[in-house]
Design a protein around this ligand. Structure first.
Ligand SMILES: NC(=O)c1ccc[n+]([C@@H]2O[C@H](COP(=O)([O-])OP(=O)(O)OC[C@H]3O[C@@H](n4cnc5c(N)ncnc54)[C@H](O)[C@@H]3O)[C@@H](O)[C@H]2O)c1
Length: 263
């Protein structure tokens, strides 16, 4: 990865990064980015073929993991430590937003619980598994993927998703405070809407729905996954050594906007 001056950016040389949900979207872009900055990347995903492809591309290691399963999550971090000798970065990123999770008026308890398990309980499990390694090392950076929706209300509700991401913010803040003096930073990452295949497909069939969202974004476009990955690389590196216990927004200004430019 080069910066604007053409300098090669290798902030993570020799560090070991565990990424969940590495097979697609933000996780995949981050696996590429962290590897390009010199990290050993351990790609965890429930989707074996996507996760394996990501790890091959990143020159790393694949571990099939269901992030809702405590034993599998422990094995993910143990593999990272056994393979590379440390666990320096945990990007706890896997998450889902299924269609059954909608307005509170129609969302059933099963759908609610499933989203809480994959989006919030998984982050608890991943932090719990990563922290012992980081405490022994006296060093570590944990980045938990939340979302801008945890900071704002939406009339197009996904009630359990929003609540799960709010939980990620509170959990990350608390851990960032608790472990700060042991050299471990914990931050929540709040991406705005990202240009993913799912989003493109949705908006191709319903342009009005796209326009309704785009109007709120000062930058007038969705994020690219590489832009979110760049923020993760910053939070993972020592360049962010005084950034801790934050809700790190990478949202194009949505959460700061009242009236946006017309064109
Ligand atoms: N895309 C957006 O607009 C956006 C915006 C804000 C926050 N986020 C959050 O960013 C994270 C990544 O989103 P994305 O858009 O890259 O999603 P994505 O669907 O492209 O990728 C998610 C990955 O997680 C994996 N996964 C799902 N359930 C899993 C499980 N139980 N165990 C292990 N792996 C599992 C999937 O196989 C997939 O590879 C999520 O937490 C999401 O909520 C996304």
């Amino acid at each position: 990865m080069t910066d604007e001056s053409g300098t090669i950016c290798r902030r993570l040389t020799g560090r070991t990064a565990v990424i969940t949900g590495a097979g697609s979207g933000i996780g995949l872009a981050t696996a590429r980015r962290l590897a390009s900055e010199g990290a050993h990347v351990v790609c965890g995903d429930i989707d074996e073929s996507a996760g394996r492809a990501a790890s091959e591309e990143a020159g790393g290691t694949f571990v099939r993991v269901d992030v809702t399963d405590p034993g599998q999550v422990e094995a993910l971090f143990a593999t990272a430590h056994e393979t590379y000798g440390s666990v320096d970065i945990a990007f706890n990123n896997a998450g889902i937003s299924p269609p059954e999770d909608d307005s509170i008026l129609t969302t059933g308890l099963e759908a609610w619980k499933r989203v809480q398990d994959v989006n919030l309980t998984s982050v608890y499990l991943c932090c719990k598994a990563a922290l012992p390694y980081m405490r022994r090392q006296g060093r570590g950076s944990i980045i938990n993927t939340a979302s801008f929706v945890a900071r704002m209300g939406a009339a197009t509700s996904q009630i359990s998703y929003t609540a799960s991401k709010g939980g990620v913010l509170a959990l990350s803040r608390e851990l960032g405070v608790q472990f700060a003096r042991e050299g471990i930073r914990v931050n929540a990452l709040c991406p705005g809407p990202v240009n993913t295949p799912l989003l493109q497909e949705l908006f191709a069939t319903d342009p009005e729905r796209a326009a309704r969202r785009l109007v709120h974004i000062p930058l007038g476009r969705f994020a690219e996954a590489t832009e979110i990955a760049a923020a993760v690389a910053f939070l993972a590196s020592d360049d962010s050594s005084f950034v801790n216990a934050t809700d790190f927004l990478v949202d194009g200004g949505i959460s700061g906007a009242y009236v946006t430019p017309l064109d």
